[in-house]
Every structure is written in C-alpha cells, then in structure tokens.
Design a protein around this ligand. Structure first.
Ligand code: SF4
Length: 195
C-alpha cells in the first residue's frame, strides 16, 4: 500500500477495531460530548508555533512522518531538552483504562525517532481534566503492540474487511454507538447461527 496511515487511527484501533474501520473505511465519524470536547482542546493546541519553557524547546502542531512504518500525523506538542526529544499528546478527560492513548504516543515516537535519528524512550499524555502529564514508557512490548496494530490497520485499509462489532465497556462512551448497535448486531448474529 502506498498510502500513509494516520497516526490517529492507532488510537481508534486500540480502542475498538470496528470503530477504526467505521472511521477510516466508511468515513463514519460522529461527534458526541467527548469528541466535541476533545476536538475543541485540539483546536487550541493545533496552532503551529514554537517557544521555550525554561530549558525546553517546544514545537506545537508539527507533522510527523515515518517512511518505515508508513505513518503520518500531527503531534500536539514536541519538546526537546538537552538533546532529548519527547512527544506530548493532549487529551480531554482523565487517564482511561484502555491503552489507546499509549499506542498513539508510541506511533508518534516511532516517527520522531526516524526524523531525528535518535531514540525516544518516553512520551507523555496530558489529560486536561486532571492537568496531569502521564509518562508513557516506550517499552519493547508497547512498540511491538504498536507495530502489530499498524499491520492490522494496514490490512483493514487495504481490504476494507470489517472487524466484528463486539459489545463491551468501551461502547459506553463511543460516539458511533447508534450507527454500530453492537448489542443488536450480536443478537442478530446469534439468531442467524441458530437457524
Ligand atoms: S459501539 Fe462498541 S463495538 Fe461499536 S464501534 Fe463503538 S466501541 Fe466499537
């Protein structure tokens, strides 16, 4: 595939592969309270600019790209201190129970490493509700999970094959619930298997 994968797709895929398919194969994005608040936050941080905070150089809304992993996306914030670079992703709310934000930061780090030619061992997610920076250790395990997610997304984008909609705790805050109807889909599937 020649097309680059949006880094944001990593977050969606890690949250729910079916949601990722809907958003990037069906162009089916639908807002809810959480996505509107998130978009508003990103509008504020997605203004290209640079500056210094004490010894740290900060660059906002910079495009990141990896030829090796076929990734592209805008980082909210990249910081450099004494030659050490870190990506910082802004999120509304507080730290969730899923690892989707970590995968997104890891994908940003993979791009950054390729662009600057040196390792990026840590990234951060800034949660607006708690005003906390959550460090994300870019471990071998997280990197492997991210690379596997990239491969799975590539497959979805290449084939258009729909991952199943599986009802679970993630559905509660999902803006695509009304389009997806995972409970009804599962019920229908069981009915068809029984006849
Ligand atoms: S409602 Fe649930 S299964 Fe459907 S896209 Fe959202 S998270 Fe995935």
């Amino acid at each position: 595939m020649d097309d680059l994968i949006p880094i944001a797709a990593l977050n969606q895929y890690a949250y729910c592969p079916h949601r990722c398919w809907r958003m990037f194969c069906l162009d089916g994005f639908v807002d809810n309270q959480y996505t509107i608040e998130g978009a508003s936050l990103h509008e504020r941080v997605h203004t290209l600019g640079e500056g210094h905070r004490e010894e740290t150089w900060q660059i906002r809304a910079i495009w990141l790209k990896s030829e090796r992993y076929r990734l592209i996306g805008k980082a909210d914030l990249i910081e450099e201190t004494d030659g050490h670079w870190v990506p910082v992703e802004y999120k509304r709310g507080k730290r969730g129970e899923f690892d989707n934000d970590a995968l997104q930061v890891c994908a940003q780090a993979l791009c950054l490493e390729e662009m600057i030619g040196s390792p990026v061992p840590v990234g951060y997610v800034y949660y607006a509700q708690t005003h906390q920076r959550q460090p994300i250790e870019l471990s071998a395990t997280l990197r492997q999970m991210t690379i596997e997610a990239i491969a799975a997304i590539t497959e979805i984008l290449n084939t258009g094959k729909m991952p199943p909609a599986i009802y679970g705790p993630r559905c509660k805050g999902c803006s695509l619930y009304e389009q997806c109807l995972p409970k009804a889909t599962e019920k229908m599937k069981r009915y068809l298997e029984a006849i």
